[in-house]
Design a protein around this ligand. Structure first.
Ligand code: S3P
Length: 170
């Protein structure tokens, strides 16, 4: 199958890994959050504020079905995508799913620096509160993420090469 879905929590590196992986494989690259923002001409934060999370999750599902029509493509999914509706099952049917697995501590460290304004669910959480929030969210999300065909951990470059080996070995 020539369609790769990268899944994982916010801050796990799906976009960075996805872009590098797509270049290396000669595939196209789609970031689902960007795709939704481009369609609605609104940022993810605006969509959450103006339409609410339930509506956002419906838009995400719709977007997933649109992008899953493309071939030879790496798709970086939003962190919540696998955890709503039958999205995880759908992705497993439509392509190769890869979970970018990081510890809560590593995610908190990355998100502390980068999340300002971009990620409505994290709002102004910082330090211990941010870490606690991520740990609790991961406990709930892990049963979905762990349905991925493959799980990879480590630094960006090593993650990209691990996925290349998995995909090209198919
Ligand atoms: C979300 C993750 C975000 C974005 C939205 C909700 C989530 O995407 O879709 O803020 O529920 O985990 P990234 O994982 O690309 O940050």
């Amino acid at each position: 199958m020539n369609r790769i879905f990268l899944i994982g929590y916010m801050g796990s590196g799906k976009t960075t890994v996805g872009q590098l992986l797509a270049t290396q494989l000669g595939y196209g690259f789609i970031d689902m959050d960007n795709h939704i923002e481009g369609k609605l001409f609104k940022s993810i934060s605006q969509i959450f504020t103006e339409l609410g999370e339930d509506q956002f999750r419906l838009l995400e599902k719709q977007c997933l079905h649109e992008v899953a029509e493309f071939d030879h493509v790496v798709i970086s999914t939003g962190g919540g995508v696998p955890c709503f509706f039958d999205n995880m099952e759908y992705m497993n049917k439509q392509g190769i799913t890869v979970y970018l697995k990081l510890s809560s501590a590593d995610l908190a460290e990355r998100l502390e620096l980068s999340h300002a304004n971009k990620r409505p669910l994290l709002a102004d959480r910082k330090g211990e509160e941010l870490l606690r929030y991520i740990s609790e969210a991961l406990t709930k999300r892990e049963p979905f993420y762990s349905q991925a065909a493959y799980s990879v951990s480590g630094k960006i470059e090593s993650t990209v090469s691990q996925i290349c080996v998995l995909v090209e070995g198919k």
